[in-house]
Structure formats: C-alpha cells, structure tokens
Design a protein around this ligand. Structure first.
Ligand SMILES: [Zn+2]
Length: 347
C-alpha cells in the first residue's frame, strides 16, 4: 500500500495528547477532581460532540490547564513528536498559543522555549522526523482588540525563536467574533518581521474570511473549506492556489459524513489541498486515517500523493528541509515501485 501520509501542517498540541497521559496529568495538576475515573474524563472530553462547534473550545481550556509549566509543555510536545514518528510522519508543524500557558506565571517566551525544547529532544531521539513550531495568536474576545497586547507579544517572541525551532504564526480561536479584518495590523507586523503566517479562516466562520485572509497576505489558510459558499470565493482560491490546510475528520466529527465534506469538491476543482489531523485526540484521528478515509471515498493514490507534494511546497521550513523531504519522497516512491507495490519504507 502506498503511504504518502507524511507531512502534517495543521496540528494543535493541546488537542493531540495521548489520552491516558492527559488523564493522569489532569489528576496530578488538579485540573479534574481527585477520584475522577478515566471513563468520566473521556466523557468530559467527548460527550459534547453533538453541541455547536464553539462548545468544544472549552475542551481546549481543559487541556490547556494542564500545560501551565515548562515541564508539562516539553513533555507533551516530546510525546506528540514520538507518536508522529511512530506513525511514519517525516515532517510536522505543531501549533499552540504561548499566551494560553501563563496562568502560573510563565512568560510567552518561556512557554515557546519549552515546546521547542520538547520537540528538539524528540528529534534527537528520533532522527527520522523534523518539526517546526507555529505560535498562535488568539481570537478570543468580542473583537481583535481584547487581547491585542498578548497577540503582539506572540509575534515578538516568535520572531525571537524564528529559525531556532519556531517557523510561523497562526490565528486561532473564535473566528466569528468581531471584524476578522481588524487583525490586519498584527499580520502586517508579522510580515514586516519576516514571519510566515497562516490563519484559521472559513472553518466555523463565513467563506468571506478566506477572502480576508488572502487580503491580509496569508501564506496558507487553516481549513478554508467555507470558500465553497460562493463561486467568487472558490474562483479566487483556485486562481491564487493558496494552500489550504484541510482537516476532514475534525470537521465531520459530528455527522461522520465524509462524503458531504468540501474536500472532494476542492480536490476535483484543483485547489491546493493539504491534508491534516487538526486535533489527534479530540478528532480521534491521525494523518494515515485521513488518507484512508479519502481513499474509501474513491480519492486516488495519485491525488493523495499530490496533497503531500502540496504540503512539502507549503511548509514553513527552510529550503534545506524542503529538499530533504522532496528527496525522501522520491526515494520512497522509487523503492515502492521496485518492490511492485508492497509496503516498503525507508528512513
Ligand atoms: Zn485548527
């Protein structure tokens, strides 16, 4: 079986824990009451699946409440990278929001450095995988201005660690509150500092946000699937070939109807699609599952491979890493063909 599930560009640290680790850590840190059973914890995280999307944000509060010291941030990142490596992932961009980890006095810089340290340690132990860290600005109040200073600091600490583990900026949180374009000066600041950025747009929000993201100079779009709401939005997505970080299972988790997801239309029309897990724990998926689900819907190996090539092109990594990934993929395909279709991997 050809396995081109190798590149993750949209993956949240705080939504991708090992569930058992999260449970034990939550007890240890007093995030859940003593005596809470593993089953109760599981229900707490997943029982709300039928509720509107923004309800699940409270689950991120639950997971973020664990990660309020450097030790936990490093440990969670280390564990995630090891699991990605075990899944056969070659390159991943892991995102988190440094401003969400300051409840016990950490600075944003300390939080970012702890995540980078965890990733670095895992890369030392697993030389087959490379990692970049994306730091998220948060869209959490009524409008862009409610945490303006925190978002500015996110940009500046990311600049400090750019090329030393950090690779870019994102905007995550409540996409629908206030004017999406109010973030433009923040993205301009990131651009002036030479920091690549993506932003969650057209996921739970209207398709027009995808146009706003394009106007604000986004390198890539987080999700972007609601660009199908209007012909003119889709046309611009196709014309610009802006890379879309599509996360199918994460979107369909309430209905599990993969067939009605926008990805099939986007692939058919020739959009620049990359496939991603979003939240491995919350969405109960991983990249291989994303590929497997699309394959069941009739998406060809060739198309899935194209999504991987799109992801290599769209990664915020240095050119050397991009070439390493391209070379590795070509080598893998060559070995695969020589073995006439049997599973064969090369590190
Ligand atoms: Zn996301």
């Amino acid at each position: 079986m050809l396995n081109s599930a190798r590149i993750e560009l949209h993956l949240h640290l705080d939504g991708s824990f090992n569930l058992k680790w999260a449970y034990e850590k939550s007890l240890m840190r007093g995030v859940i009451p003593a005596g809470t059973s593993f089953v109760d914890y599981y229900n707490l995280l997943f029982a709300n699946n039928a509720k509107p999307h923004n309800v699940s944000i409270t689950k991120f509060d639950l997971t973020c409440n664990i990660l309020q010291c450097q030790e936990d941030l490093s440990e969670a990142t280390y564990d995630l990278v090891r699991r990605l490596h075990d899944q056969g992932i070659w390159y991943a961009e892991i995102r988190f929001a440094s401003q969400q980890h300051q409840k016990n006095g950490l600075t944003q810089l300390e939080a970012l450095q702890a995540v980078i340290a965890g990733a670095q340690q895992a890369m030392n132990d697993c030389p087959g995988i490379r990692i970049g860290i994306i730091n998220c600005m948060m869209h959490k109040g009524e409008d862009a201005y409610s945490n303006w200073e925190e978002n500015l600091e996110t940009i500046h600490v990311t600049k400090q660690m750019l090329g030393k583990g950090a690779v870019g900026i994102d905007l995550a949180g409540f996409e629908n509150n206030g004017d999406f374009r109010a973030y433009a000066p923040l993205f301009q600041e990131a651009r002036d500092l030479g920091i690549p950025y993506t932003m969650h747009a057209g996921e739970m929000g209207i398709g027009e946000h995808v146009m706003d993201a394009l106007d604000m100079g986004a390198w890539r779009i987080g999700h972007g699937v609601n660009c199908l709401q209007k012909e003119e939005y889709l046309s611009r997505v196709l014309e610009t070939q802006i890379p879309l970080e599509v996360c199918v299972t994460s979107n369909v988790k309430r209905t599990m109807n993969y067939a009605e997801h926008a990805v099939l239309t986007l692939l058919e029309k020739g959009a620049n699609v990359t496939l991603n897990s979003d939240n491995m724990m919350f969405a109960r998926t991983n990249l291989m599952n994303e590929h497997a689900q699309l394959k069941m819907l009739g998406v060809s190996d060739e198309t899935l491979l194209q999504c991987t090539r799109n992801a290599i092109r769209a990664a915020f990594c240095e050119e050397e890493t991009r070439q390493w990934l391209t070379g590795r993929l070509n080598q893998y395909l060559e070995n695969y063909q020589q073995k006439e279709g049997t599973e064969y991997d090369t590190l």
